[in-house]
Design a protein around this ligand. Structure first.
Ligand code: PEP
Ligand code: MG
Length: 751
């Protein structure tokens, strides 16, 4: 059927709109209907740029779920719409469901559409927003449609510019009058630390801490000393069970995760005191409440953050004892069906609460700290960071949806929406479970260049994914997680156990020594640095704590006995600290020799390239190190001077910035000249444009989140070495981010 793309809106038609008795949103909705009619397509929506929030908000739609108007927000570059806005380019997608940029928003009813055409709306060179049309027929839009929608977008620009200003003004006024407290607020936009969907009742840890004292609930307690003893036995059994489950799933956490609970419960000061109160005539439930509250008082008054942290443990223990006293027990952890909302969260707490079956987390924070993000991904648990403190004014027991795919939190959603989310959760999960037979074991470019893809491993259980997705070993084991989830330094023997277990599962592993400091802070750490990422971090930390460093090196050297051992040093500044670290390695070897331990006498020692300083020394380091690994996450942060965890500048954190691209060029050239094995282990290793660039530079080894391996392999098998080299020549001549992005999008279109 012929499409009516040539029937662009006439001025008369547009002015006619204003005669309708409606508000601005209503007008915009009429406009989208009109455009859909003109293009003869099923859906049309308008997203407008919000100056305050610095993102795109859905302002009108015909064809999508209108409940999402004013609620759905997309970051710049997010989804096809966000990408069209960012690149100031029309994007025409023939099959949305197969496009990696397609952002599925559950409940928005977008899944029925395949063809998507997104066109930026500009006014006097200012980007106002994006107009998007969609249709269920794949490959529906022709280049004539692209031209037609572009014309419509420019026709609508003045109208839209005014509508946008008025809508923002109205939003601001609404905010003033609602005084920021609103139980009827249903939507919070945050930043995802991981992916996934969680549905459950809210538990506000911040409130628990404020009204932190334990109270009896409306339960029928059994109140004698014998009842207390059996509740105590039951509690110990439950904790032991929880601990053993934890050991199965997160073996490196050791026996310490529930140690505080178990210690307190078997401590005579605690249990004995409860017994004494009961013997003096107190009801068992009241005796528990009194003693638990005495402990809460004591812990919360401590100036030590680690002791304060124990308030949660003791509350937890108190609840458990009370529930067992009322015979309201289950073997489940405490937080099944619940979403934890907290002001702060230590990695060790996250691990513990995850082990207690928490469905998801909402954490307050200006940026996604990388250890929580990485841990959340490894634990496969949805976590969202919110900068909006409103949610913390609410009480427990609100129904919450955590949509970490989109970075949104929905409060008190309708039953129907919950249903949709629960159904979609299934779809999302099944999307990632492709038949094992379909997985590529290795990959090469079209012209036969073999590319090695390894997995980044943070906690031992990541090795399951590494095996599942056919990683060729691990190019980055972030050993600091072993320390972070315990919140202390594991002993040499404990480290030997964990490293050995990893090597037994995956024979080829690059062990990075601890990268602690920066945003990966141990709870026990007493450092409170003003500029943590410029502070005592990674190798600098290890060289300042040589005894702890030596313990880790000894453990690695022992585990490496009789097999190949690769040790990677993080955040190397230059030759001096690299050589200094090698001296400590020699010292550790000497000690092991004297003590008669078998150990690896010839470990390969590599340097992470993450700092501009090392780029200036690249020739020396590629001659000195046994291998190098490029940490593009930090390299970008330090070259651009942009905090990788700070939301306020996240739009300026550009891993393909020309200066980063040129640094990468120099690093690769030097490594190849000096025959120094080089790989990339930062997040950009899984970005198709960057992958092609790296391959063109002569880097043929990558390490990434195991879940990205199959995607990367498929992308690589569509590339060829010759064009990748031409791509590099093209990119390296570009001086602005814009030019680089244009070159990227050209590549996207031609491939
Ligand atoms: C990097 O900086 O790119 C990297 C891989 O290290 P991390 O993300 O652990 O800092
Ligand atoms: Mg790094």
């Amino acid at each position: 059927m012929k499409k009516a793309y040539d029937l662009i809106c006439s001025v008369r038609e547009l002015t006619g709109i204003f005669r309708q008795k409606t508000n601005i949103s209503g007008l915009l909705n009429i406009v989208v209907k009109l455009v859909a009619k003109h293009i003869n397509t099923e859906a049309c929506s308008i997203f407008l740029y919000d100056e305050n929030e610095k993102n795109l908000v859905l302002r009108a739609t015909a064809g999508l779920n209108s409940e999402f108007i004013g609620k759905t927000r997309l970051n710049i570059g997010e989804g096809i719409t966000g990408m069209a806005f960012k690149m100031k380019k029309s994007i025409n997608i023939a099959r949305g469901s197969a496009d990696p940029n397609f952002k599925h928003i559950p409940g928005m009813l977008e899944e029925k559409y395949e063809s998507i055409l997104a066109v930026p709306i500009e006014y006097h060179n200012d980007k106002l927003g994006v107009i998007v049309i969609e249709d269920s027929k794949p490959g529906y839009y022709t280049k004539h449609d692209v031209r037609a929608l572009n014309t419509i977008a420019s026709q609508l620009a003045t109208f839209i510019e005014n509508a946008r200003m008025l809508l923002e003004l109205k939003d601001g006024m609404k905010e003033k009058f609602t005084n920021n407290i609103s139980l009827d607020r249903k939507f919070f936009k945050g930043r995802s630390a991981s992916t996934g969907i969680a549905v459950g009742k809210s538990v506000f840890l911040s409130q628990t801490l404020k009204s932190k004292y334990l109270k009896t609930e409306k339960l029928k307690y059994k109140e004698t000393l014998e009842d207390y003893e059996s509740a105590l036995t039951k509690t110990i059994e439950q904790l032991e069970l929880l601990q053993s489950k934890m050991n199965e799933n997160l073996s490196e956490a050791g026996s310490l995760i529930f140690a505080a609970h178990l210690l307190m419960v078997s401590d005579d000061d605690f249990s004995g005191k409860i017994r004494t109160y009961i013997k003096q005539g107190s009801k068992a439930s009241q005796a528990i409440v009194n003693v638990v509250n005495e402990y809460i008082d004591f812990f919360s008054k401590s100036g030590n953050i680690n002791i304060q942290e124990k308030v949660i443990d003791i509350q937890d223990l108190g609840h458990r004892l009370l529930r067992n006293l009322a015979c309201q027990t289950s073997d489940e952890g405490d937080y099944s069906g619940q979403i934890i909302v907290a002001w702060t969260m230590l990695p060790s707490e996250l691990v513990k609460l995850a082990a207690q079956h928490t469905e998801g987390f909402v954490i307050y924070g200006v940026g996604v700290t990388s250890h929580i993000a990485i841990l959340a991904r490894s634990l496969n648990i949805p976590v969202i960071f919110l900068t909006d403190p409103d949610i913390f004014k609410l009480k427990d027991e609100h129904m919450i949806i955590v949509d970490a795919f989109q970075g949104i939190v929905l409060l008190n959603p309708e039953e129907e929406l919950i249903e949709k989310y629960l159904n979609n959760r299934g779809i999302k999960e099944s999307e990632t479970t492709v038949q094992t037979n379909d997985y590529l074991e290795t990959c090469s470019t079209k012209d036969g260049k073999k590319i090695k893809i390894q997995a980044n491993i943070n906690i031992l259980s990541d090795s399951n994914n590494a095996i599942k997705y056919k990683a060729e070993g691990s190019g980055l084991y972030r050993s600091e997680f072993l320390f972070l989830i315990r919140n202390n330094f594991p002993t040499e023997e404990e480290q030997v156990l964990v490293y050995g277990r990893l090597l037994n599962t995956i024979p080829d592993v690059v062990f990075r020594t601890i990268d602690i400091g920066g945003d990966k802070i141990l709870g026990t750490s007493d450092t409170n640095e003003l500029n943590p990422s410029l502070g005592l971090r990674a190798l600098r930390y290890s060289l300042k704590h040589v005894d702890d460093f030596k313990v880790q090196l000894r453990a690695l050297l022992r585990v490496g006995s009789g097999r190949e051992l690769k040790i990677l040093l993080p955040l190397v500044t230059g030759i001096d600290d690299f050589l200094r670290a090698k001296e400590v390695i020699s010292l550790a070897m000497k000690e092991l020799e004297e003590e008669g331990f078998p150990y690896n006498k010839n470990p390969r020692i590599g340097a992470m390239i993450e700092l501009p300083s090392i780029v200036y020394m690249i020739d020396e380091i590629t001659k000195t190190a046994d291998f190098i690994s490029i940490g593009t996450n930090d390299l970008t942060q330090y070259i651009l001077g942009i905090d990788r965890t700070n939301d306020k500048v996240s739009d300026l954190y550009i891993p393909h910035h020309p200066s980063v691209m040129r640094a990468l060029y120099q690093i690769a050239a030097s490594a190849n000249k000096n025959d120094c094995p080089v790989s990339v282990c930062g997040d950009t290793a899984a970005d198709p444009d960057m992958l092609e660039y790296f391959i063109g530079l002569g880097i043929y080894s990558f390490s990434m989140d195991p879940r990205m391996i199959q995607f990367a392999r498929r992308e690589i098998s569509r590339m060829d070495l010759k064009s990748a080299q031409i791509f590099v020549k093209d990119i390296i001549s570009k001086g602005t981010v814009n030019e680089i992005e244009n070159t990227f999008s050209r590549r996207m279109k031609t491939s």
